[in-house]
Design a protein around this ligand. Structure first.
Ligand code: CTP
Length: 398
């Protein structure tokens, strides 16, 4: 897939990773894109307009209030010209200014004045990336439909290591190209479960698990971004609904089963990312249980297996299951693929700080005649890659 003829504004903000941006321009142009570069003031401390003029073969834009530039291609014209705005590297400062709608330089003004999709490739020190203010700003931006690619994990400029590296230019271009090949998913109905379920014991207590719902929500966001109609059946989680996604909130496995079965027959794809409780309490107490010196036994009975029931539907959707395992990950996942008659299963290792309630993930995705490892990468990047893989399977299945 090429980016042939696509008009991309590349915004470069002031971080050390800006030295990689000329290479990004070169690769975007090789993929067929037309690139116009906008440098912030901070960026010019690291790289010069002349460098970008040479690699983009275009005048470079630096100022909002530059009469000469405005008589060439003015900022509103530039905002309309863009099919996509890509900011790489995006510093913590640029993220904060965008989150708050500032328009105090050319780049932030363009982002407000455009209707084109915006993608940020954050790059900064790992402590800045994890700072509460940056987390909040990233969440605000993502909620508004701005896409984040990276940051990657690894050695940083100051000799430390952690999440904060600019995603490699090659991978940024692949991700932008991938967007166009998501078309198999575009217009399809994708049904997703996410989060834990809560199984009540009495009016104030319940049985639950550590699932945060982030993987399921990231999948919903990625599918919506790929043009799908997305229904997200969510257990109790503290997450905001991705833009364009229909959300149904449930608490128990039974309620999740009901909400899914009401929608599954007309869905094209079902992704079971929820960590559904396998059992529920047989006799839920009407009143709060009182403690006593005796031991307490709760009788549990099995919950319906939502994924298995969807996979058993005649002419049901393409089914994708998850397998969270603490050992023999691939073997257990393979067994579940066969046992539940799934089209695809995504297996990951959990426990020891992996999988649940963390931002990164690695998935071993297995289907009847193939397999692929996705990650390690932030959950949203793994989600985008999984949606793409599902689209390819859907294409093959006809
Ligand atoms: N699943 C479901 N409904 C259930 C249980 C699981 O839809 N009642 C789905 C999950 O969303 C996930 C997959 O099935 O996609 C996980 O399957 P399974 O391994 O059966 O769940 P576990 O409880 O982890 O199984 P086990 O304890 O045997 O490893």
């Amino acid at each position: 897939m090429t980016l042939s003829g696509r008009h991309i504004i590349l915004g470069v903000s002031g971080g050390i990773a800006a030295y990689k941006s000329p290479d990004l321009v070169r690769r975007l142009r090789e993929a067929g894109a037309e690139v116009r570069v906008v440098l912030t003031r901070g960026a010019q401390a690291f790289v010069t307009p002349l460098t970008f003029q040479a690699v983009s073969h275009q005048a470079v834009h630096t100022d909002l209030l530059d009469a000469d530039a405005e008589t060439g291609m003015g900022h509103l014209e530039l905002a309309r010209w863009a099919d996509e705005i890509l900011i790489a590297p995006a510093t913590a400062d640029v993220m904060a200014r965008l989150a708050h709608g500032l328009a105090d330089d050319l780049l932030t003004t363009l982002c407000l004045a455009t209707e084109a999709p915006i993608t940020l490739c954050p790059a900064m020190n790992h402590i800045m990336w994890q700072a509460a203010a940056t987390r909040d700003n990233a969440e605000i931006l993502e909620r508004r439909g701005i896409r984040m690619l990276g940051p990657a994990d690894g050695p940083l400029a100051e000799g430390e290591s952690g999440p904060g590296r600019l995603m490699e230019p090659r991978d940024i271009v692949t991700a932008l190209q991938g967007e166009s090949s998501h078309s198999a998913i575009a217009g399809r109905h994708v049904l997703i479960t996410a989060g834990p379920t809560h199984e009540p014991i009495d009016p104030v207590r319940f049985i639950a698990n550590r699932s945060s719902g982030r993987m399921g929500f990231a999948l919903a966001a990625a599918a919506a971004q790929a043009g799908a109609r997305v229904s997200l059946v969510a257990g109790p989680v503290k997450l905001t609904t991705p833009p364009g996604v229909e959300r149904v909130d449930v608490k128990t496995a039974d309620q999740m089963h009901e909400a899914v079965m009401a929608r599954a027959a007309e869905a094209d794809i079902f992704i079971a990312a929820a960590a559904v409780a396998d059992y529920r309490v047989e006799q839920i107490a009407d009143q709060k249980l009182k403690k006593s010196d005796n031991s307490l036994t709760l009788n549990l009975k099995p919950n319906p297996d939502i994924l298995k029931d969807v996979a058993a539907l005649p002419s049901g959707p393409l089914t994708v299951g998850f397998a969270a395992e603490t050992e023999s990950v691939r073997e257990h996942a393979q067994a579940k693929l066969v046992d539940k008659r799934l089209d695809m299963i995504a297996a990951n290792q959990v426990g020891d700080g992996m999988g649940f309630d963390v931002d990164g993930n690695t998935l071993d995705v297995i289907w009847a005649d193939g397999e692929q490892r996705l990650g390690p990468a932030p959950k949203r990047d793994v989600a985008t890659a999984l949606i793409q893989l599902i689209g390819e399977r859907l294409n093959e299945a006809g």
